[in-house]
Design a binder for this molecule. Structure first.
Ligand code: GKR
Ligand code: MG
Length: 427
């Protein structure tokens, strides 16, 4: 089944003003929807984080990939490596990954697997070795937020709503507000685990929020805090000690494998990462140092679904837990995450997802449901989702109108606090 064309569409998806160590979410999160068109009349889909750099590279890649067989994933990967392997490929210091190659691998691999699944009339999970579970657990992902430059709270929603819709429109700064955000989100989606995005406010406040969540939810709902590596080792140890016994895991409290390994010797909480061990090249030093207990994969950043399956095996071999990281995303990424989450044999932790924060959707039939904290593998061959072309057009127009070219949370934050600057270590 040969590729005859590739259609890359840049879209801008409404996003509330969520805070993190790098600043503030802009009113729109950028994504790219990739359609791989084949001579069998089958179209495969994928979704990846958007930026001008990634979009331009995808466009350049087109001519090289036309004529390739979607079953020849190794050849496609080699070709991408040859064409873009010399590109300076750094993860960067932001909470999210900025490497080009992994995004390209992931974009093409997921869309090709979607084509293959549609051709064979099998879901993508079957192409990954079949299901290890039918439903995939996700965690509530809480954020601090306030009305600011990142657009209206509850962007794109009707006012005067209740429940989770209302919580999305409210400020969340104090521990009490974080607890009510958690309650609304858990009630709406039945999440059984809770993660708070930290690194936004002084550690005292964030630690108090975790204590308040523990008080409200007790031990049955595992809790996680993720300051995105903005705390010093001393701070990470000090607050880690206060949260011993209440956290399921402590995600990237400090920057780099060495600091994570040092912290791990002092604090009795499992450590998780999507910042210090982020590629296969990082695995040997991770194992040598013992920098984390749990690796958070992300098929957009590890180079696809099959690469994430390989990582899963490595985690199992070396006694590491495995779960998944997320960024603001829509239903095509969600479907891919669910297929992967259903396939991985080794999974002890609910996956992250920003999905409840996004109101927009690009697949037919509305958003993939999360019930009792679980998402079912979408029905149908391939990823099991279909593109809603009207929505795609609308979100593309958002992109053209909004003027954003890449994610930059610092710029958004400066609109609220002009002298605010990203710092590698703030507290
Ligand atoms: O969306 O603000 C955010 C998060 O901070 C995201 O960018 C991170 O990549 O969710 C992520 C994480 O777990 O570090
Ligand atoms: Mg993280």
């Amino acid at each position: 089944m040969k590729i005859t064309n590739i259609q890359n569409t840049q879209i801008a998806v409404g996003d509330p003003p969520l805070l993190n160590a790098a600043g503030l979410h802009a009113p729109y999160a950028l994504r790219i929807i990739v359609e791989v068109i084949t001579d069998a009349g089958i179209i495969g889909l994928s979704e990846i984080p958007g930026s001008e750099k990634i979009y331009n590279s995808l466009e350049k890649l087109k001519t090289h990939l036309i004529g390739q067989d979607v079953f020849e994933l190794n050849a496609i990967k080699k070709l991408i490596q040859e064409k873009f392997g010399k590109h300076e490929d750094q993860r960067g210091v932001a909470p999210w990954d900025q490497r080009l190659l992994v995004h390209l691998f992931s974009a093409m691999e997921v869309a090709c697997l979607d084509c293959i699944g549609k051709k064979l009339n099998r879901p993508v999970v079957d192409l990954l070795g079949g299901r290890s579970r039918d439903k995939v657990p996700f965690a509530a992902y809480l954020f601090y937020k306030y009305e600011g430059a990142g657009g209206e709270l509850g962007f794109g929603m009707e006012k005067n709503t209740s429940g989770w819709l209302k919580a999305r429109q409210e400020e969340a700064v104090t521990p009490e507000q974080i607890v009510s955000q958690a309650k609304a989100m858990c009630e709406a989606f039945g999440f059984q685990s809770i993660k708070l995005k930290g690194g936004a406010f002084p550690p005292d406040l964030e630690c108090d929020s975790m204590l308040a969540l523990y008080e409200a939810f007790g031990h049955e709902v595992p809790l996680r805090l993720d300051p995105n590596a903005i705390w010093s080792l001393e701070t990470g140890i000090k607050y880690g000690k206060k949260m011993e016994g209440i956290l399921e895991y402590y995600e990237d409290p400090v920057r780099g494998q060495e600091n994570m390994a040092l912290l791990s010797k002092e604090v009795d909480i499992p450590l998780a990462t999507n910042m210090c061990t982020t590629s296969f090249n990082d695995i040997p030093s991770s194992i040598q140092l013992g920098s984390e207990h749990i690796i958070l994969s992300d098929h957009h950043f590890w180079g696809g679904l099959r690469a994430s399956m390989e990582l899963n095996k490595i985690c199992q071999t070396f006694g590491r837990g495995f779960s998944m990281h997320s960024n603001s995303h829509l239903g095509i990424s969600m479907a891919a995450m669910v297929h992967l989450g259903a396939a991985v044999p080794h999974l002890d932790y609910a996956l992250d997802t920003h999905y409840p924060w996004q109101v927009d959707e690009v697949i037919k039939g509305g958003k993939i449901k999360i019930e009792d904290g679980l998402a079912k593998i979408p029905d149908g061959p391939g990823l099991g989702v279909e593109l809603d072309r009207e929505q795609l057009q609308k979100l593309h127009e958002n992109f053209l109108a909004c003027g954003l070219k890449e994610r930059n949370d610092e710029i958004e934050m400066k609109k609220v606090i002009p002298d605010w600057q990203f710092e590698l270590q703030r507290w």
